[in-house]
Design a protein around this ligand. Structure first.
Ligand code: CMP
Length: 137
């Protein structure tokens, strides 16, 4: 069935001028961008977005990093797009993400307390519905 997912170009992706490259890969794969906005996320939004990570060691650095600059929130639609975008993004840790993926081609470890890994993609239909409602309310 046609799915929707939330993609975020994180502050590192925006700062490195990778918005176009990331959207290009999504569209080249055949998925459709159906909504898009640039957001300076506030702490409340990020606490809701990352609620499943509360208490993890990277939670606080992650919420701070996501407030370090604008992010681009993208609504993407297509058959099995949730799984498909996660495949395009590559593994969470950019050091080992496969070449050919967004994180594998453009990401690396910068020695910081959080993985700066350029993009976020929803991990399930339930997460996608919840996250899309937060970022496109
Ligand atoms: P994201 O898909 O946005 O979901 C949670 C984020 O936390 C993840 O991408 C990374 O940016 C970050 N993250 C996940 N695991 C770790 C980790 N072990 N150390 C640091 N940051 C992490």
């Amino acid at each position: 069935a046609i799915q929707e997912t939330l993609v975020l170009v994180k502050p590192d992706g925006v700062a490195r001028n990778l918005i176009g490259e990331i959207l290009r890969r999504i569209e080249a794969k055949g998925y459709s961008v159906t909504d898009l906005r640039m957001v300076e996320a506030d702490r409340g939004l990020l606490e809701q977005h990352y609620e499943e990570h509360v208490g993890k060691p990277f939670y606080e650095p992650l919420v701070e990093f996501m407030q370090s600059g604008p992010v681009v929130a993208v609504r993407v639609a297509g058959q099995r797009v949730i799984e498909g975008f996660r495949s395009l993004a590559g593994a969470t840790d950019p050091t080992v993400a496969a070449p050919g993926t967004i994180r594998g081609d453009f990401g690396r470890d910068w020695g910081l307390r959080v993985q700066q890994n350029l993009v976020h993609g929803s991990d399930s239909p339930e997460s996608a519905a919840r996250e899309l409602a937060l970022w496109f309310r």
